[in-house]
Structure formats: structure tokens, C-alpha cells
Design a protein around this ligand. Structure first.
Ligand SMILES: Nc1nc2c(c(=O)[nH]1)N[C@H]1C(S)=C(S)[C@@H](COP(=O)(O)OP(=O)(O)OC[C@H]3O[C@@H](n4cnc5c(N)ncnc54)[C@H](O)[C@@H]3O)O[C@H]1N2
Ligand code: MOO
Length: 401
């Protein structure tokens, strides 16, 4: 990234996005976790099935298992329900009562659902001829013992966790997620729940970003709150940078006399990748690296901090996890609103996306979260667009909310 002495120099959004992509590598650290805690993780190792699934020939229906012969009538000789382990031996023309999930004995070669069977004592008549294997799930149909069950790199979705559990697996080796430190800065910040003296505001960025991270299934997060004090800022940053894969600070990154984050990062020899992006909100955004730790200093204004989280930190997180899709989905939609963009910075606007249309909300100020609280999307307005009219086609970024 070129370094500019001009204090008004800003990188473009594209330059900033590419810089994040190019400066973050997959973590590739591994850990073994109980399967139920693996949601959203990626397998770091192939998993081979320890069993056949299903483990036996299984009935797919409640009905009758048949030893097929050249006639529609059968003699009923026994019953097998789910969980039973006896294996009646059928002769051609014989049938057993069977239920969904029950083991089908080797001598039965089809199952007829009960709706298609007329029962008269121990005589049953099936509605029509059926082929061999009808309504029988073959042993190992899904996966056989020793076969690849799921390959390295697979994301563990609820379905994947269910599938592996069905194979008797209880833990998995996965790529570790980053350890993340959230830092808030500001003398004006008070804990929600405490009285609010004049001049103070409630600190909200930590819980907001914590939940944005939790939503994305990043749970290894610590929160640190510091005052506008240079020594405190420097010491805290030094500790969290050496103990985490990712540090996200908010506030204290602009040009005020009490904005110490930038100065402390410089003193700590954090390599600046970029500082200041031509965008609204979120102009005073810093991204840097110290060894393998990535550091974002987001603007303190809450809506600016959250926009920057979705536009940049999100990408860093996905890259760390070696995910294929690293940006939020973007789609086109027709505007339901008019909007006038002032200035030449491209803008991210809080919006509600309703299939095919999008409504730009009132109250776009970067200090306001009320509008963001209603949004499920951000409309991206490029630099060269100044007026949005109803029905204009807009670029919409869908938020993971
Ligand atoms: N002379 C200039 N002043 C400012 C510029 C500029 O270019 N020149 N940029 C403005 C823009 S744009 C932004 S955004 C802010 C960013 O400032 P900081 O990142 O240094 O943030 P702070 O000043 O610490 O805080 C800004 C605002 O946000 C509130 N805040 C901070 N942290 C929290 C928190 N954890 N929870 C809730 N609210 C928080 C803080 O009280 C301030 O109101 O700079 C402009 N100034
Ligand atoms: O970037 Mo600031 O977020 O425009 O208010």
C-alpha cells in the first residue's frame, strides 16, 4: 500500500478490501472439539466412517417385508419392529409385519407399505408387484465402513453434525477460530445499568461487536475497556496484540488530542496497511499487522464501527477460516426511496431489503444505531452517484442478522 504524507489521503474501498484480503492468511491452527461444539467450524482432517450407514438393511416404511414370489398373496409368519434383533427366516411367499427403521431379514427382498396391503388374518394381499429391494435401505447406502464420510475443509453445519453423530462420532478435528480482543476507548463511556452523569454516554460498541462476532460463530472473544489515556492504551494494545489473532479497537482513532490508538499502534510498531478510507461512514479506519496478529481500529461512532465490521473485519474473519466465500452477499434491488448523497465519498446506507426492493432508512448519521437496529442490509452508493430515485437499481449488501 502506498504511504501518503498528505493528511487528507484516503484509500478507496476496493483498495482497502484488497489490502485486507492480501494481508490475512488462513490460521490453519487445529484443535479437537466435542462435535456438538463444532458448529460453523471447518474440518482440518478427513473423517472416515467407522460404521456402515445404515448399519443393517433397514425398512423405509411401516408395512410388510416379503420374500417375493409370483403371486400377490403372502402368508404372515412373524413381526420385526425397530430395535429388534431377531432375524426370521422367510420362504418364498412368506411375509413378516415390519416397521420403519426395523432390520429387514436377509430372506426378505421387498417391503410393501401397509396402505397397499389387504390383511385377512395371516393372509395378506399386496396391491401390485414390486421389484426386489423395494422400500429397503441397503446396508451402507449412505456410507460404508472405511469410506470417506466428510472431507477436510467441510464446514460443520447442523446437518453435518447430525450426519457424523449418526456414524457414532463424538468429536472432530477442526481449524481453530481466531482469538479476538475487542477494545473500547473513551473517558465518556459508562456501563449500561449504571447512572449516567452529564457528559457521559453508555458504552455500546463492545456488546454490539461481541454479538456480531457471536452471530458469525466466533466465540473466543475478550472485552477490554480503556480510558483516553496514552499509557493505558499502549499497554493494553501491547498485551492483546501478543495474545490474540485479531484485535478490534473502537474509538480514539481520529485526529483529536485524546485519540491515542493510532499513536500507540505506531509506537508498538504495528505495520500500517491503511489508515483512512474514502467512504461514509467509517472514514478513520485503520488496518495493520504485527507479526500474525491483525489489528483493526474502527471509528468510535457506533454505526461507523458496525459498517466497518461488515465491510472489512468480516472479510478478515472469513480469510482466517479459509472460507471460500469471504464477502457478504451482494444483490441488486429496486429502490423504494429517494436519497441525496452529499460529498464525494461512496456511502453505505442502512436499509431494509424486502425481496427485490430496498428501502433506505431515515437517520444515516454514523452516531445513530436506531436505524441500524431496523436494517437487514446496507445499500452501497458509489462515488459517482449523487441522487437515488424510486425504482433505481441499487447494490444491496445483505447483512448476516
Ligand atoms: N477534525 C476531525 N474530526 C473528526 C474527523 C475528521 O476527519 N476530522 N472524523 C470524524 C469521523 S468521520 C468519525 S467516524 C469520528 C471517529 O472518531 P474516533 O474513532 O476517534 O472515535 P471517538 O472520537 O473516540 O468517538 C466517536 C463517537 O463515538 C462514541 N463512541 C466511542 N466509543 C464508543 C463506544 N464504545 N460505545 C458507544 N459510543 C462510543 C464517542 O462517544 C463519540 O461520540 O471522528 C470524527 N471527527
Ligand atoms: O466515518 Mo465517520 O463514521 O463518517 O462519522
Amino acid at each position: 500500500m502506498p504511504r501518503h504524507n498528505d493528511i487528507y489521503y484516503m484509500v478507496t474501498i476496493n483498495e482497502a478490501v484488497n489490502a485486507v484480503k492480501n494481508n490475512i492468511s488462513p490460521l490453519f491452527k487445529e484443535e479437537t472439539k466435542p462435535l456438538e461444539r463444532c458448529g460453523g467450524y471447518y474440518l482440518s482432517k478427513d473423517i472416515v466412517s467407522p460404521v456402515n450407514m445404515p448399519p443393517f438393511r433397514q425398512s423405509a416404511m411401516d408395512g410388510y417385508a416379503l420374500f417375493l414370489h409370483d403371486n400377490l398373496s403372502y402368508t404372515l409368519i412373524d413381526e420385526v419392529k425397530a430395535g429388534d434383533h431377531h432375524r426370521p427366516a422367510l420362504k418364498p411367499g412368506e411375509a413378516i409385519r415390519i416397521f420403519t427403521g426395523a432390520p429387514v431379514p436377509e430372506t426378505a427382498n421387498a417391503v410393501m407399505m401397509q396402505e397397499k396391503v389387504v390383511v385377512d388374518g395371516s393372509k395378506i394381499t399386496i396391491e401390485n408387484y414390486v421389484p426386489e429391494g423395494h422400500n429397503i435401505r441397503p446396508m451402507g447406502e449412505q456410507v460404508k465402513t472405511g469410506e470417506l464420510a466428510l472431507k477436510k475443509g467441510t464446514k460443520l453445519t447442523p446437518a453435518a453434525i447430525g450426519y457424523l453423530t449418526s456414524l457414532g462420532i463424538t468429536e472432530a478435528q477442526v481449524y481453530k477460530k481466531p482469538t479476538i480482543a475487542l477494545i473500547t476507548t473513551g473517558n465518556e463511556l459508562v456501563e449500561a445499568g449504571e447512572p449516567l452523569p452529564y457528559g457521559k454516554i453508555y458504552e455500546s460498541n463492545s456488546k454490539m461487536l461481541l454479538n456480531a462476532l457471536y452471530n458469525l460463530k466466533f466465540y473466543d472473544v475478550t472485552i477490554h475497556k480503556i480510558a483516553d489515556d496514552y499509557i493505558q492504551t499502549k499497554n493494553k494494545l501491547e498485551t492483546v496484540i501478543s495474545n490474540n489473532d485479531l484485535v478490534i479497537a473502537t474509538g480514539g482513532i481520529s485526529v483529536g488530542d485524546y485519540d491515542f490508538v493510532g499513536k500507540a499502534l505506531k509506537e508498538l510498531q504495528v505495520k500500517e496497511v491503511f489508515y483512512k478510507v474514502k467512504q461514509k461512514p467509517g472514514k478513520p479506519l485503520f488496518f495493520g499487522k504485527k507479526e500474525d496478529t491483525a489489528i483493526f481500529a474502527l471509528p468510535g461512532n457506533p454505526a461507523a464501527a458496525l459498517s466497518c465490521f461488515y465491510a472489512y473485519v468480516y472479510i478478515a474473519l472469513q480469510k482466517m477460516m479459509n472460507n471460500d466465500t469471504i464477502e457478504l452477499p451482494r444483490i441488486k434491488a429496486r429502490s423504494m426511496s429517494e436519497f441525496e448523497k452529499r460529498g464525494d465519498r461512496p456511502q453505505f446506507l442502512k436499509a431494509i431489503y424486502h425481496s427485490d426492493t430496498v428501502e433506505i432508512l431515515e437517520g444515516q448519521n454514523s452516531s445513530m444505531l436506531q436505524t441500524f437496529a431496523l436494517s437487514n442490509a446496507l445499500v452501497f452508493v458509489p462515488e459517482d452517484v449523487s441522487n437515488i430515485n424510486i425504482n433505481d437499481e441499487l447494490e444491496v449488501i445483505l447483512l448476516p442478522v
